[in-house]
Each structure stands twice: as C-alpha cells, then as structure tokens.
Write a protein that binds this ligand. Structure first.
Ligand code: TXA
Ligand code: MG
Length: 337
C-alpha cells in the first residue's frame, strides 16, 4: 500500500487536506491523525472491515477494544447509558483528554468494541475535531504505534512504523499533552475507577468518589492492561534514589555499556561527555516531562544503545501517569540506589 503523507499547519487548517483524509475514512481506509494526547490511527467506527485493518496495521490483539472519538458530548447519549456521575463529568470537562467507559444501549459501536461497554472520548484538538466533523461519523482510533511500543507524539516516528500500512498519515505538531487520555469507568454506587491515569488527574477528579480497587493483571478491568506496553527496543530500568547517586550510577554504567538516560534539564550539566542523554524537562515541571516522555522513548529506538535508565518520577498530579507509563515500559524493573 502506498501511504500518502501530508503535512498540515495545525494553527491554520487546510480544509482541502482534511477533507481528503475524511474521504479516505468514509471509503473504509485508515488515517493517522494528531490529537491533544497522542497520534491516533483512525477508521470509521461503524465499518467492521475498516476496524479490522486497524488491528492488522498495529499487530494489536483482537480482544483489546478501541476508543470511539465523537465530535460533541451529546452524541455519547446515542450509543451509551450515561449515569448521573458521568453526566457531571461530561459537563465539567468535555471536550477533554478523558475517555469514559459506558454501558452500550445498542449495537452501533460493536465494530470498535464487542464488550457490553464502549470507550468514548470527545477530543479537544482542532485537527482531530475537524476530521471527525468532515467525516460525519465517529472515528475509532487507538494510539498510532505498533502494538506494545511507546505511543507516538511525533509524526516522524509514525512514518518509520506505519509507512506502507495505512492510507494516510497527517503530520501535525507534536501532541500538546504527550500521554494518552485518562480512562474512567463508573460504579453503581456513583464512585468512579481510574483505569488509566492521564492529564486529567486524580486531583482534577477529586469532586468525585474515586474507588481505589487494586487492579491486577489477572483481572484487568480494561483489556489493554494485560498486555506489555510502551516498551522501547532496549530494556528500560527505573532508578530510585538520591540525585547524586543516580548521576554517579549513570556515569559508571556509561563506561562499559551503550547507555541511554532520560534525565531532567537540571542534570544535563553532569553528562557532557557520556552516553545518550535526553532531558525530558525540568525536574519541577511534570507537564513538560509528560510532553517529552514518549518522544524520548521512541527516539531511543533510533539510537545504538543497549540499556535505558529513567528516574522514578513524583507520583502526584500528572506524575501518576508518567510513573504508570514508565513502570509499564520498564516491565516493573526498579533499581533502588
Ligand atoms: O488519548 C487516547 O486515548 C488515544 C488517542 C488516539 O485518543 N487513544 C488510545 O487508544 O490511547 P488505545 O487503544 O491505545 O488505548 C485504549 C485503552 C486500551 O487500554 C483499551 O483496553 C481500553 O482503552 N478500552 C477500550 N475499550 C474499553 C472498554 N470497553 N472497557 C475497558 N477498557 C477499554
Ligand atoms: Mg495504545
């Protein structure tokens, strides 16, 4: 398949180009498009054959369902039961980097999800919104990475993985948030579960009662949780300890291994002469770290390295989502210094 790669200015959308992309989706094709979280690999959510092509292009296990993207919150009611708590959350946040798991009221979205529930999100990003509007149908889209790899926030990384496997790649800017949407589900007693942490944080949702059920890989409430995820090609380890100990550890490791290190801006000064060091932002700026995290992990895949180290992040606010992505990318490997 020949993939058409187009560049767009997200601040000044070229409607001709977006219409071309919309036409591809209407005809049953696949289009990669930017959202505010990560890039999505989109198809017509009503078209079962098109949805199958998403699974094939990504190499995604067939029992891992997809998120459906709609233009307006009102459309959610056409497909799903909306409990009172969900309604409050919709009013408070949407459009937002937030995905709701809701009980279906009909079979219209069965192509995207065979379960009794469906994951729905109303994206904020203008390009994504214009594409949904011009397509005139909900667009179902997982993150546009090969299954198991870090999600993409940078179009160049997508071209490396998906060129020849999709009909079109829309190259916009790097996604402004950089981590996938927060996924939440609802309990009959009005409490909610955070199934995947994200930019909308536990603190943001503190008006609501958050159930802190222990989620295990044997009994995952979200099918995607049981699969390996976000793994760069080289093994990743999280370092936990004092900054000086971490710096010394990396300096030492770099002498005999091709070492990649995800550090904070403030640490760069110590590494002028060793390893492949990528600063993901200030130690004090969690949003900056979230924005750069997947880009850095994907960049390491293009470098000749044997091993990657990252620093255990703070776990409050969006740090919870950063930690979640890192610990899964590391397969749980933490080195305590
Ligand atoms: O920010 C995002 O959410 C991005 C952009 C493209 O919108 N999409 C994304 O999709 O991250 P994906 O497929 O990579 O992750 C969707 C997650 C998976 O873990 C999947 O198992 C879960 O949502 N999911 C989908 N439908 C579900 C359902 N009905 N119940 C529980 N979990 C569900
Ligand atoms: Mg994904």
């Amino acid at each position: 398949m020949i993939t058409k790669i187009i560049k767009i200015d997200e601040k000044n959308l070229d409607l001709q180009k977006i219409s071309e992309a919309a036409q591809i989706i209407k005809n049953g094709g696949l289009v990669v498009f930017p959202t505010e979280t990560v890039y999505g690999l989109g198809a017509n959510a009503f078209d079962a054959d098109a949805v199958k092509k998403i699974y094939a292009a990504k190499g995604r296990p067939s029992d891992n369902p997809l998120i459906v993207h709609v233009l307006n919150p009102g459309e959610i009611y056409e497909y799903a039961e909306v409990p009172a708590t969900a309604e409050k959350i919709i009013k408070k946040f949407m459009p937002a980097p937030l995905t709701l798991i809701l009980k279906k009221i009909n079979n219209k979205l069965d192509a995207a999800c065979k379960l009794e529930t469906v994951a729905i999100r109303v994206p904020k990003n203008n390009t994504a919104r214009k594409l949904i509007e011009l397509t005139g149908v909900p667009i179902t889209a997982p993150s546009a990475n090969l299954s198991g790899k870090p999600s993409p926030t940078n179009a160049e990384h997508i071209i490396q993985d998906l060129d020849g496997k999709v009909d079109m790649i829309i190259c916009g800017e790097n996604c402004e948030i950089g981590l996938e949407s927060t996924v939440i589900s609802f309990n009959p007693d009005d409490s909610i579960n955070i199934l995947r942490s994200g930019f909308i944080t536990r603190e943001d949702l503190s008006d609501f009662r958050i159930c802190d059920n222990l989620i295990t890989s044997e009994n995952p409430p979200s099918p995607g949780m049981k699969y390996t995820h976000y793994s760069p090609d080289a093994p990743l380890y999280i370092l936990s300890g004092e900054e000086l100990d971490i710096i010394n550890y990396i300096k030492n490791e770099s002498q005999n291994k091709k070492t990649g290190f995800l550090c904070y801006d403030e640490m760069l000064q110590y590494f002028t002469d060793c390893g492949n060091i990528i600063a993901i932002g200030s130690r004090y700026n969690l949003k900056e770290q979230a924005y750069h995290l997947f880009d850095a992990l994907n960049t390491f895949n293009n470098l000749d390295i044997d091993i990657i180290y990252a620093i255990e992040p703070e776990k409050n606010k969006i740090g919870e989502a950063i930690y979640n992505r890192l610990i899964r990318a590391a397969g749980g490997k933490i080195i305590k210094l």
